[in-house]
Design a protein around this ligand. Sequence first.
Ligand SMILES: [Zn+2]
Length: 333
Amino acid sequence: MSFKTRFFRVINPLSKNFSFDHFSKLLPFETIIIVYHLVSDKNVKHVKHLFPYRSVNQFEKDLDFLSKHFEFIDWDDYLSKKKTSKPGILLTFDDGYIEFYDIISPILLKKGIFAINYINPKFIDNNEMMWRNKASLIVSEIIEDENFQDKMFEWTGNELKEIISSILSINFKDKHQLDEIAEHLEIDTKNYLKTNPVYLTTNQLQKLKNDGFGIASHGWDHPLYNQLSLTEQLENTQKALDYMNENHFLIDSFAFPFTDNLVKNQFFDSVFSQNPDLRVTFGAAGLKLDSNKKNIQRVPIEIRNYSVEEILKNEIIYYQFLRNTKKNRIKRS
Ligand SMILES: [Zn+2]
């Protein structure tokens, strides 16, 4: 468990007792950017073992809370640093899950709230599944499909736990292992994608764009950047930005898949010089400054079962704690 996770655990029961007004004065930035992945009332097998997603009801509660304390802004407002009466908030969604089209966009349109989708072009149209989704799907099938345990295996509870955690900890470089496990267990990810579309389609992206939503790059195929060489990082980023350009989506921002942890200044120098239209890149390390001024950190909301109010309170306290120890800025070499 990370230090931040432990910090949140300790602080959460205490911060609950104070109204958010006490905290909003301590917000270190005039505008914050938050990141979700999807919202669903269903059992989403390809996601449920990766992070806890919001139900429709929880998501609407989040939005009600945010409307009270923040002013939702759109992409032009963000770039022009529009002055807002309350702190500004920009909503972003990562990975291009189909739920944005089916569930989220109708809610946002009704409330007049803008959002950007950071997508991986490789998975648009559901021809292939992102490696982390494969890991979650395999684990779901092992746990939920009785056939697996009856027919093939006689695992004890502890063995099962170990198998699950080793599947979930396979990293980007070894992602081929997930295909091997899926094949071995006769889990057909391509067929799953056909019967349960996981990602947005080209048509849906165009419709979302016409409805006013932003579509931008999250890398070509959701790699873990610190496991790529600099050349691979740049190629993966460029391929996705070229797709955005060809499809007339946004080319002025890019959001790192997973994390920008350990990504070096050389990457930023190259990507900004090769793409003059690119204005900003986004990480997801929570409220934090970055030694690279064009790289902005977003606040991830899907952590444990915390509400957005709890997350923001904890982030604000954590930021003040980091500031006191002068660790509120990510340093890059
Ligand atoms: Zn992602």
